[in-house]
Design a protein around this ligand. Structure first.
Ligand code: HEC
Length: 150
């Protein structure tokens, strides 16, 4: 078994979702299946958002300046898990217990701006809170604009 395969196998033990994608050679799959003891990532629980946040108006127009700022922040803070295109395939994603989601899908996009803002500010489980790391509300709204553009 290659070193690459062995490392992937270690990551895959708690993460079957990514197993097929990352660990596809025969010997690796055999070893993984034989000794891995997989558990699957279960669907994330619904994430309730207080009405006060849902109804918050986004004060930032989604123009070139806002999107450029959002992109810079995204690459700095979010890409490692959510991936450069928001598909949930960043390098850290496979090690997490919870699924990062796919931000290009309607299930994500059909929520209001305030909900995206709330989740980014508060975090939960594997999703960090950005309240202190990104303290300027305008930056968080620029991130919301950027996520909607993915
Ligand atoms: C360490 C990995 C990690 C990083 C870094 C990270 N996230 Fe997340 N994020 C997650 C995970 C995992 C979830 C799913 C959490 C859950 O549902 O319990 C999530 C969920 C979210 C959601 C809610 C998704 C939905 O379906 O409504 C938003 C919005 C979000 N992240 C935005 C961001 C933004 C913006 C950044 C950067 C400022 C960021 N995340 C950085 C792991 C991460």
């Amino acid at each position: 078994m290659s070193l690459y395969c062995k490392r992937k196998q270690q990551l895959q033990i708690k993460n079957t979702n990514h197993h097929e994608k990352n660990c596809s050679s025969f010997d690796c799959r055999f070893i993984c299946n034989r000794f891995g003891g997989f558990t699957t990532k279960t669907a994330n629980d619904p994430w309730p958002v207080p009405d006060a946040y849902k109804n918050k108006a986004n004060p930032r127009t989604s123009n070139a300046e806002s999107l450029a700022n959002g992109k810079t922040l995204w690459n700095q803070h979010c890409k490692s898990c959510h991936g450069s295109k928001g598909k949930g395939d960043g390098p850290k994603a496979a090690q997490l217990d919870t699924d990062c989601g796919d931000f290009t899908k309607p299930a994500f996009k059909n929520q209001d701006d305030g909900s995206m803002y709330y989740k980014t500010e508060k975090g939960r489980k594997d999703m960090p809170s950005y309240k202190t790391k990104i303290p300027d509300a305008n930056d968080l709204w620029d991130l919301v604009n950027y996520m909607k553009s993915l």
